[in-house]
Design a protein around this ligand. Structure first.
Ligand SMILES: NC(=O)c1ccc[n+]([C@@H]2O[C@H](COP(=O)([O-])OP(=O)(O)OC[C@H]3O[C@@H](n4cnc5c(N)ncnc54)[C@H](OP(=O)(O)O)[C@@H]3O)[C@@H](O)[C@H]2O)c1
Length: 417
């Protein structure tokens, strides 16, 4: 698979922006290991500090000596001219510079103007909504495919739902009118940038009623803001009879479920205007599962309540959250994994389909590096098999089953029974 010749006039296929961060360094390592330092992918690392980027490059060269020659591009997230220059040199920008609501806006604007494809690791719904409002129409005109949410937020949800819908279409000539998705996590931790992004969202929600309205709107990322049939994301503890497991809220459903609903809208409501998507966590079926679900539900409510109080939020951020560049150790990441269970309810017959998306590494970091890295390579190399029209898109509406195939090849499970 190769890029169209017309696009080879730019020096790079891909620039990894933010390679010095905790997540960015893992994506760089992933690209070196899986796609080589030179070969078919012409790529570079970028950021604001040459010294730190050279240190990253030295570490990459220890994995593959050819990585010692990776070009370095310098810019600053707040300096639009440097970002314009960067965006014009590459066909794709892959960004891990977050919080995105704080640092990410000028880069998206630069990519849109340069007609450069873009993907990132954001999980911030207010950032995605702002990018849709500011750039969707212009990106359609310039052809830039802007694809936020290509990490653990929201690839398993968005591509998992797409996988269920494709299986319903090809196996039953139908759509799933309802899809329920429950995540189980083992281990895991979070990094400085993730913590800062959560604090940023809490701060914006405190001062901006528009952000509070967005957080209360299940269709907040739809082109016309909905309304659709679904209520708010899963709240409290519920028994799922199809799964025979207890379920409870999942903290990232706030972005993931909205991305899935936007995909439906971007695909012309392929699954119907009354398509119903629910996301949460699942726990074992017995008493201990119920207690874990109840504890998780109460813990999320307490954490969100605490983060809404500015002095508590400041104290937590200062005393307990990891700093930029810090994150879970390799030992902890190696013991971590995720498994997403999907239940599809066929429109008409009501028959059930079951699906699984799973990854064997830490979902937020090693698996995110895989998902984001493959999204970027998919944008760069698979244009013929993906959406070519620009816009502020979603992983499934832009990269679709082509990205599923890539992730399967890299060891992720995408199965329907
Ligand atoms: N969706 C998911 O599942 C998922 C998973 C992981 C991470 N994330 C998100 O990814 C983002 C990064 O997280 P992280 O923990 O990797 O963050 P981090 O370690 O704090 O890294 C932040 C990066 O941003 C760079 N940066 C900050 N300000 C900049 C500026 N003005 N110009 C250019 N670069 C700038 C930093 O450069 P310096 O090194 O020079 O400071 C660093 O490379 C967060 O928003 C997080 O929520 C999402």
């Amino acid at each position: 698979m190769s890029a169209p010749d017309a696009d080879r006039d730019r020096p790079f296929d891909l620039v990894l922006w933010g390679a010095t961060g905790f997540t960015g360094a893992l994506v760089a390592e992933y690209l070196v290991r899986q796609h080589g330092a030179k070969a078919a992918l012409r790529w570079a690392i970028g950021g604001r500090s040459r010294e730190k980027l050279e240190q990253v490059r030295d570490r990459l060269a220890a994995i593959d000596a050819a990585a010692g020659e990776l070009p370095i591009l310098i810019g600053d997230g707040g300096d639009r001219a440097s970002l314009d220059a960067l965006a014009k040199q590459t066909r794709v920008v892959c960004s891990t510079v977050g919080p995105f609501a704080r640092h990410g806006r000028p880069l998206v604007a630069a990519c849109v103007e340069a007609g450069t494809d873009y993907c990132d690791s954001t999980g911030e719904p207010q950032f995605v909504r702002a990018m849709i409002d500011a750039h969707h129409e212009r990106a359609r005109a310039t052809g830039a495919r802007i694809v936020p949410c290509c990490g653990f937020d929201s690839i398993p949800s968005d591509l998992g739902n797409l996988m269920m819908q494709e299986a319903a279409r090809t196996g039953h000539g139908a759509v799933c009118g309802e899809v329920r998705h429950y995540v189980s996590l083992r281990g895991g931790g979070f990094s400085g940038g993730t913590a800062a992004s959560m604090v940023e969202l809490a701060e914006e929600a405190t001062r901006d009623p528009g952000v509070r309205r967005l957080m209360a709107d299940p269709y907040a990322l739809d082109p016309d803001h909905g309304p659709g049939p679904g209520g708010l994301d899963l709240q409290g503890v519920k028994w799922d009879a199809d799964l025979q497991r207890w379920t409870g809220p999942f903290v990232m459903a706030g972005i993931n479920a909205r991305v899935v609903r936007r995909t439906n809208a971007m695909l012309g409501y392929a699954w119907g205007r009354d398509f119903h998507y629910v996301e949460g966590m699942s726990f074992a079926g017995g008493r201990s599962g119920f207690l874990k679900a109840a504890a998780m539900s109460a813990g999320i409510a307490a954490a969100m309540g605490a983060m809404a109080v500015p002095p508590v939020r400041r104290l937590v951020a200062r005393r307990w959250l990891p700093a930029s560049g810090e994150g879970p150790s390799k030992e902890l990441r190696d013991r971590s994994s995720f498994r997403s269970r999907f239940i599809g309810v066929l429109a008409g017959s009501g028959a059930r389909m079951h699906g699984t998306v799973a990854g064997v590494g830490d979902p937020g970091y090693d698996e995110t590096a895989k998902m984001l890295g493959e999204s970027a390579v998919c944008l760069a190399h698979d244009r013929h098999a993906t959406r070519t029209e620009g816009g502020v898109l979603t992983p499934a509406s832009c990269l679709g089953m082509t990205l599923v195939q890539r992730l399967r090849k890299q060891g992720m499970t995408f199965d329907v029974t």
